[in-house]
Design a protein around this ligand. Structure first.
Ligand code: SF4
Length: 250
């Protein structure tokens, strides 16, 4: 925690491990998912390119909503927003510890690369810590095309996850993609490759990558047997038709 005037409070530890990632020795940085409000009333959106995924977001249910967990994730985001230089310095410093050498860091258990500035800070952090490996799922296609793909840090891999507002611009020939399916059987039937058992398969295994939907009954009802990509395409068509009707009636 910083005592300097004008500097945000630095969370005691920036990187954590949830039970799934702990099993495979992966560390993780996270901020809250999608749109929310801090206690002082200010709002945020950490997933500006989220589409239908926000309706069934795993990180907006269960343990993620426990006050202690939500408070920790919001404190991380507050630190980034209030003191971006402090965040960058602190993350580089923390990653200097021996326990992170040779290890994988998942950037965002929830949330995404929500701004150009924040993305560029992560690129500098990764370059400053070449002894660690970093990976991420992202829906920020345009931002990555502009800021990351032309010259990525050599220790960073990512996959574009479907179910976002930029799905239609992805190129299956060149972009590594991950889709959420209703079940493991559906992944296999489509000829995609499951990352079950080791989350790093999202970037290290065969592509395209399949993930099985969270088994939360209300989410499975909404998913209605579809893949995220299918649901997003239907949503895009519905919106386009609505817009056309509106334009036609003007
Ligand atoms: S991008 Fe990920 S964290 Fe954000 S709303 Fe979608 S599923 Fe949730």
């Amino acid at each position: 925690m910083s005592d300097e005037p004008g500097r945000a409070q630095r969370p005691a530890r920036l990187l954590t491990q949830n039970s799934q990632l702990k099993e495979i020795g992966v560390w993780n940085w996270t901020i809250p998912a999608w749109a929310g409000r801090f206690d002082d009333g200010t709002t945020y959106n950490t997933c500006p390119s989220a589409g239908i995924c926000s309706k069934v977001c795993y990180a907006r249910s269960g343990a993620y909503l426990w006050p202690q967990v939500r408070g920790k994730h919001q404190a991380n985001l507050r630190f980034v927003l209030d003191d971006p230089d402090g965040f960058e310095e602190a993350m580089i410093a923390e990653l200097g510890a021996r326990r992170f050498h040779g290890k994988w860091i998942r950037v965002h258990d929830a949330g995404d690369f929500f701004s150009d500035d924040y993305t560029l800070r992560w690129m500098r952090i990764m370059r400053a810590r070449p002894d660690s490996h970093f990976y991420a799922y992202t829906k920020e296609l345009d931002r990555f095309r502009r800021l990351v793909s032309p010259d990525p840090p050599p220790n960073f891999l990512w996959t574009f996850s479907l179910g976002g507002t930029q799905d239609a611009d992805l190129d299956p020939e060149t972009d590594r993609m991950a889709d959420v399916f209703p079940s493991e059987e559906a992944i296999a039937a489509a000829g995609w490759h499951s990352q079950l058992g080791d989350d790093r398969l999202a970037v290290l295994g065969e592509a395209p990558v399949g993930m099985s939907a969270n088994r939360i009954p209300k989410f499975l009802n909404l998913l209605d047997g579809r893949r995220f990509s299918e649901w997003q395409a239907q949503e895009n068509e519905r919106r386009a038709a609505k817009k056309k009707r509106k334009t036609g009636s003007e």
